[in-house]
Write a protein that binds this ligand. Structure first.
Ligand code: NAP
Length: 431
């Protein structure tokens, strides 16, 4: 049998220990499949004394993770630390520079430094692999880079954050509001103590940048991604959406629009009749439209030790089989600087909720603003009447230019009868 593939693992948290377990428990299977043994030689984390629930005594402990980058017994560095800067960036850059393959689960790192690191990997003829960075257990990177390589990708829609999807599902099922469900999600370990990265859409935004890069052959461009999170969504929105036949999903969208590209992360109303509309709980999904394949939906668990370690090992197995493909599917030198469309020029149907004091003239004011901007209402609803109290007025529009909807919201917010910021969401029909 050929030489073993030797792994050095940096980061022994959820993903790192999940990966160690697969290698320990399935060594024979991995070896048979790869045609060579796959072994862990070295491990590193911050605290050498921490009990991690697995036996690490057979591996060399490395105090400073950066030393894995130059270690003679390491062929592949597994960067499972996290963070776009600092230890993770230093380690990946040093490992690639030293001609070592890198497997990482770190979307933040690649969303910010993907082009630089992919260029470096290519110069040194090594692999920079990151299946675990996007949608955990769903092999979507491989699907875009390999299985769908014969397609011109027209559009891609992703539910890319399990925490947000769980929260939207729980709000719908229980009718309870955002803050209550967030607290519950934190208690259940689905949301971090500091949930900002998830609920503000940053984590999903990092992933979308990587998918756009792969789909369209452009440099990952996080700085030009417009992101709206889910924290303004109320159970009222979820209830109304359901009445209209939709579910609210934090959706990452990347698509071609004429000669431009569009990239946005935002909560949208998605038809219940579309398969992505019924992807619930912690599940992720990516809906891809290719010119030849048509529409295809991949779904599965987006996070957790098992699904993420499964993705890490998929990358390791490619390297063990000497399968090295460019990080973003094309030579890094050909990755284009994208021309993103002006999102104000998008045309969609919209959902709008206004919190208004229930008094005469409110509906007339709202209608006047919409009429003056040439926005046509498809339906309007107000549940109950409560003179003097705050009520929700909800409407949907026919196809409208986004810039006009944004202007309408500005004018609504200036009305003395409107309390709170208007809640505006696009209705995404995935067509
Ligand atoms: N968790 C998931 O479900 C999931 C899913 C997809 C992608 N990811 C990505 O996978 C990566 C790891 O996530 P995780 O959830 O496994 O994180 P985690 O549980 O917080 O583990 C992080 C590990 O990194 C170690 N570490 C931190 N700073 C270090 C440093 N300077 N040098 C060496 N080791 C250091 C920590 O050491 P100590 O244990 O000693 O503190 C810990 O073992 C991140 O990029 C994350 O975005 C995670």
């Amino acid at each position: 049998m050929s030489q073993p593939l030797r792994l050095g693992i940096a980061g022994l948290g959820t993903v790192g220990i999940g990966t160690v377990k697969i290698v320990q428990e399935h060594a024979a299977l991995l070896s048979t499949r790869a045609g060579r043994p796959v072994e862990i030689t070295c491990v590193s984390a911050r605290d050498a004394a921490k009990d991690r629930g697995v036996d690490l005594s057979a591996y060399e402990w490395i105090d400073n993770a950066i030393d894995l980058a130059s270690h003679g017994d390491v062929d592949v560095v597994l960067e499972l630390i996290g963070g776009s800067e600092g230890a993770a960036y230093d380690l990946v850059k040093a490992a690639l520079s030293n001609g070592k393959h890198v497997v990482t689960a770190n979307k933040a790192l690649l969303a910010h430094h993907g082009f630089e690191l992919a260029t470096l990997a290519e110069e040194l003829c090594v692999s920079l692999s990151y299946e675990a960075a996007v949608a955990g257990g769903i092999p979507v990177i491989k699907a875009l880079r390999e299985g769908l390589a014969g397609n011109r990708i027209e559009a891609l829609y992703g539910i890319l954050n399990g925490t947000c999807n769980y929260m939207m599902t729980a709000m719908r099922e229980t009718g309870r509001d955002f803050d209550v469900i967030l607290k519950e999600a934190q208690e259940m370990g689905y949301a971090e103590a500091d949930p900002g990265f998830d609920i503000d859409g940053i984590d999903a935004g990092h992933k979308l940048c990587l998918l756009s890069a792969l789909a369209f052959g452009v440099k990952p461009d996080f700085d030009n991604l417009q992101i709206t999170g889910i924290s303004k969504i109320t159970s009222t929105d979820i209830k109304f959406a359901e009445e209209f036949g939709y579910r609210i999903k934090l959706l990452g969208i990347a698509r071609r629009v004429g000669t431009d590209l569009m990239q946005v992360m935002e909560p949208c109303l998605v038809p219940i009749s579309n398969p992505i509309g019924v992807v619930e709980d912690v599940y992720n999904a990516v809906y891809i439209e290719g010119h030849a394949v048509g529409a295809t939906l991949l779904t599965g668990k987006g996070a957790g030790a098992g699904p993420t370690a499964s993705a890490v090992m998929g990358d390791v197995m490619d390297i063990a089989r000497d399968i090295i493909v460019p990080a973003f599917a094309v030579p890094a030198s050909t990755l284009a600087t994208p021309q993103w469309m002006d999102l104000n020029e998008r045309h969609s149907n919209y959902y709008l909720r206004l919190s208004a004091t229930d008094q005469a003239g409110v509906i007339a004011d709202v209608s006047r603003i919409l009429r003056d901007l040439d926005i046509s209402i498809e339906s309007m609803m107000q549940h109950g009447r409560d003179p003097g109290a705050v009520v929700s007025i909800v409407l949907t529009t026919h196809e409208t230019r986004h810039g006009d909807m944004a202007e309408a919201c500005k004018q609504f917010a200036a009305l003395s009868t409107i309390v709170d910021e208007p809640c505006l969401m696009r209705i995404e029909t995935l067509e």
